[in-house]
Design a protein around this ligand. Structure first.
Ligand SMILES: [Zn+2]
Length: 75
């Protein structure tokens, strides 16, 4: 006898957060994303490129600019 009212379990995809870069939903079961030490989340699946890489480049450039600014200030 088959159970009545049996429903296929709903695929629970919990939204863990949003990519800091492209604001995409990051699902618990989807993978392809990472959390940084500062609890920031980024896509990191390699297919469409990685938002984390873009973020790192941006951060790096920012730091370089700040360094430049700091050295200019000293003079
Ligand atoms: Zn992203």
């Amino acid at each position: 006898m088959k159970k009545k009212g049996w429903k296929k379990p709903i695929n629970l995809s919990l939204i863990c957060g949003y990519c800091e870069w492209c604001k995409k939903q990051l699902l618990s079961d989807a993978g392809g994303w990472i959390v940084t030490a500062k609890k920031q989340k980024f896509c990191h699946d390699g297919k469409d490129g990685s938002c984390f890489d873009k973020f790192c480049v941006m951060k790096y450039n920012q730091q370089q600019q700040e360094k430049q600014y700091a050295t200019n200030k000293k003079r």
